[in-house]
Design a protein around this ligand. Structure first.
Ligand code: APR
Ligand code: ZN
Length: 228
C-alpha cells in the first residue's frame, strides 16, 4: 500500500508540474513552452517559433508543428485533437464532373407519400493529378453515370443541397482502388453513402429509416453543413 501511495503522489506531482509548464503539443508530444523537436527540421518552419491556438476549438500546438499539417495549397486544417475543421475542406474528385437532378413521381419504400429525387453523377475521362495514387495515368469510369435516389421530402431536399455543396467541394468521389471490384485507378465513392438502388438488393437501397440522418453526419464530418 505504501508503494502504491507513493506512486500516486509522484504521478500527481509530475502532472501538476506539467500543467504549470503549459499544455502538451499533441503533434510532437513535448510541452508547448519548450522548443518543438521539429523546430529545426524543415526550412519552412525554422523561423516560426512559439505556440498557436486554433481559432475554432482553442487547442494549442507549437506553430511549427501545425505547419507540418498544412500543405502549400491547403484550404483547411483539421484539429488533431478534436477534428474540428478550420477553413473549407476540399477533396480530390476529378475535375469537370456533372451532378444533375430530376424528380420522378414514383415512391421509395418507406416514403409512400413522396416523390423521388434522382441524382445523376458523371465525369469526362481524364488523367490523375499529383494528389491521386498514380499521377499521369488515366482514371477509369466504371458504372457511370451513377444514379442515386432521395425521397422528395423536406429532409431529402436538405440532403440534396448538402450533396451539391460537397460535390462542388470535390468531396463525393476520389480516385482509388474500388473496394468491390479491386480494380485500381477508378473513380470511386469517397465515403459519403448514396442509395444507388430503389429497393434493397445489394444493401444500397430503401427502406432505410436512418439513411438521411446518417448521410447528414457523414457530410458534417467533412465540414459540409447547412451554414458552412
Ligand atoms: N452503391 C452505393 N454505394 C456503394 C455501392 C453501391 N452499389 N457499392 C459500394 N458502395 C460504397 C461502399 O459502401 C463504400 O463506402 O462505396 C464506398 C466505396 O466502395 P467501392 O467499392 O470502392 O466503390 P466504387 O467502386 O466507387 O462503387 C461500387 O457502386 O454506384 C455503384 O456502380 C457503382 O458498382 C459500383 C459500386
Ligand atoms: Zn509540437
Amino acid at each position: 500500500l505504501a508503494t502504491h501511495t507513493k506512486e500516486v503522489e509522484d504521478a500527481s506531482t509530475s502532472a501538476a508540474a506539467a500543467a504549470e509548464k503549459g499544455p502538451e503539443c499533441s503533434i510532437c508530444l513535448s510541452n508547448c513552452h519548450e522548443e518543438s523537436p521539429y523546430q529545426a527540421q524543415k526550412e519552412t518552419s525554422r523561423d516560426i517559433v512559439g505556440s498557436v491556438s486554433l481559432s475554432r476549438c482553442g487547442h494549442v500546438f507549437h506553430a511549427c508543428c501545425v505547419l507540418q499539417l498544412v500543405s502549400h495549397d491547403a484550404t483547411s486544417i483539421v484539429c488533431p485533437n478534436c477534428k474540428t475543421i478550420h477553413g473549407v475542406m476540399t477533396g480530390t474528385q476529378p475535375p469537370g464532373g456533372t451532378m444533375t437532378v430530376q424528380t420522378q413521381s414514383m415512391h421509395l419504400p418507406g416514403y409512400p407519400h413522396s416523390k423521388t429525387i434522382v441524382v445523376s453523377y458523371n465525369f469526362p475521362r481524364g488523367v490523375q493529378d499529383a494528389k491521386h495514387p498514380n499521377p499521369g495515368r488515366p482514371y477509369y469510369l466504371v458504372g457511370f453515370p451513377r444514379v442515386a435516389y432521395l425521397p422528395d421530402t423536406r429532409q431529402g431536399r436538405q440532403v440534396l443541397s448538402l450533396l451539391r455543396k460537397a460535390f462542388d467541394r470535390r468531396l463525393i468521389f476520389t480516385v482509388g482502388t474500388s473496394a468491390t471490384t479491386s480494380q485500381p485507378d477508378c473513380v470511386v465513392w469517397n465515403g459519403v453513402h448514396h442509395k444507388t438502388e430503389v429497393t434493397n438488393h445489394g444493401g444500397h437501397g430503401y427502406p432505410d429509416p436512418n439513411y438521411l440522418d446518417n448521410v447528414t453526419m457523414e457530410l458534417a464530418a467533412l465540414g459540409v453543413t447547412e451554414d458552412s
